[in-house]
Design a protein around this ligand. Structure first.
Ligand SMILES: [Zn+2]
Length: 140
């Protein structure tokens, strides 16, 4: 009986840690896991959007690198469509904003893939811990 309680607590703690990794309140998810089984809480957590990823995408897509290009003469940020730099009056070659948007999109996709890979590693460690716990439980 004690083992089951410890196992329940451990899994609930795991749900809390994963919740924190996804930018959510860990203690709330820990309590939910305790009350409504860790498996149910985990499934619910996976259905909810990853706030860290959402934050990141918003920050990058609103950053000046996403909307402006650097002037080759003075290195100030100017609009991609500009023909003359508003800072140094240097002549610029207008660029298609769609090309810039495409670059930003690719960069975001790359970074999100890395975040997801990191999260996947956390899951693998959590699964290994659960498997180890089960093994110990079965042996004793
Ligand atoms: Zn300039």
């Amino acid at each position: 009986m004690e083992v089951v309680i410890l196992f329940w607590l451990g899994l609930s703690l795991g749900v809390g840690i994963i919740a924190k990794n996804r930018g959510r309140r860990s203690w709330l998810w820990f309590l939910l896991a305790l009350a409504a089984t860790p498996v149910l809480a985990f499934a619910l957590l996976m259905l909810k959007a990853d706030l860290k990823v959402e934050d990141f995408v918003e920050t990058v897509s609103q950053s000046i690198e996403a909307t402006h290009v650097r002037c080759p003469h003075c290195a100030e940020y100017v609009l991609p469509e500009a023909r003359v730099c508003k800072y140094c009056k240097g002549t610029l070659v207008p660029q298609d904003p769609a090309v810039l948007q495409e670059k930003v999109k690719n960069k975001i996709e790359e970074e999100v893939a890395q975040i997801k890979a990191g999260e996947y590693n956390v899951m693998v460690v959590a699964a290994a811990a659960i498997a180890f716990g089960l093994l110990v439980w079965l042996i004793y």
